[in-house]
Design a protein around this ligand. Structure first.
Ligand code: G16
Ligand code: MG
Length: 220
């Protein structure tokens, strides 16, 4: 009856939202669409394709299939230029501490992300080796809040859903974890992630005692 740990990527392990924003902003400017940091909140945890649909809706722009695909490629190329410059300094506080602690105990760990670039980002920041499996935008058909991404992760880890712990920074991700019947842990503002079973601002607030309680599912 082992416990599995599943981590979201953007907003939990690294803050790639700022690079997504810069790349979307550049495209929005070219298309004459007003796009702010606040609008970018709606893009968190959402697939690339869905983000572009939302952006075009915001600007009232209808695109042909060719244009749509070309804009997706353009946005991703700009985004990848930022990702290329990433290194370990961009890992969010105390994430390596938690990953190391769990790895030493041989706890099964998965990534559960909407990003198609998850593998290259983990390689860039040198965290790939901690994960037994990556479930990302390439292996999932239904986006969060659909529980699919976390269900696949549990299957691949060989852990029952109710024995999985999920770290998430987005509302849709917390909902997905809850719908999968998993233990949801909100990373970020508690007043936003109200549906999470537990809330922490970041991993500096998570100690070994809490991790041990999760591992043994000794929680109320
Ligand atoms: C991340 C971001 C989203 C982004 C999505 C797809 O999800 O939060 O803003 O749109 O990945 O990214 P890509 O364009 O790299 O495929 P997550 O689930 O890691 O928070
Ligand atoms: Mg996220």
């Amino acid at each position: 009856n082992k416990t599995g740990f599943i981590f979201d990527l953007d907003g939990v392990i690294v803050d790639t939202a700022k690079y997504h924003f810069l790349a979307w902003k550049k495209l929005a400017d070219e298309l004459g669409i007003d796009f702010t940091e606040k609008d970018n909140e709606r893009f968190k945890g959402v697939s690339r394709k869905r983000c572009l649909e939302i952006l075009l809706e915001m600007g009232g722009i209808k695109a042909t299939e060719e244009q749509f695909s070309a804009w997706l490629v353009e946005k991703n190329e700009d985004y990848l230029a930022y990702i290329d410059a990433m290194d370990e300094s961009e890992i969010l506080p105390d994430v390596p501490k938690v990953l190391k602690y769990l790895k030493n105990l041989k706890i099964p760990m998965a990534l559960g992300s909407a990003s198609k670039n998850a593998r290259s980002i983990l390689e860039k920041v040198n965290l790939l080796s901690y994960f037994d499996t990556l479930v990302d935008g390439n292996s999932v058909t239904k986006a969060k809040p659909d529980p699919e991404v976390f269900q696949i992760a549990a299957e691949r880890l060989g852990v029952k859903p109710e024995n999985c712990v999920v770290f998430e920074d987005a509302l849709a991700g917390i909902e997905a974890a809850n719908r999968a019947g998993m233990i949801s842990i909100g990373i970020g503002e508690a007043n936003v992630l109200t549906a999470a079973r537990f809330n922490f601002v970041d991993f500096t607030e998570i100690d070994s005692e809490f991790l041990n309680n999760l591992i043994h599912r000794n929680i109320k």
